[in-house]
Design a protein around this ligand. Structure first.
Ligand code: SF4
Length: 93
């Protein structure tokens, strides 16, 4: 068993990958699509802003295998709602 450095998140798969790039996550990717369909259009984040949010997540140290370590959400789902906020103390989006 590998010991973790104090205060460091565990090292897992690809830290910078989103669900669409992780092999075996097809079911979750489909769930993202279903979640998108269930959100009223007026509450849905516009595509350009959605892409911008995900690009910020990709550069964030809190991203690990498509999951935000601050809230436990898949960022591709969290970013779907226009009113959603990044959970980091100093909000990134
Ligand atoms: S803290 Fe914010 S920017 Fe970082 S991964 Fe989570 S939602 Fe994305």
């Amino acid at each position: 068993m590998t010991e973790l450095a104090a205060g460091q998140p565990p090292k897992t798969g690809c830290r910078r990958c989103l669900l669409a790039e992780i092999a075996g996550s097809e079911d979750i990717v489909a769930a993202v699509g279903r979640a998108r369909e269930l959100i009223p259009k007026s509450d849905l984040c516009p595509d350009e802003l959605y892409k911008k949010r995900l690009s910020v997540c990709r550069e964030c140290d809190n991203l690990d295998s498509a999951t935000c370590l601050r809230c436990g959400c898949y960022v591709e789902i969290r970013a779907l709602r226009l009113g959603a906020k990044c959970p980091a103390g100093k909000k990134k989006w």
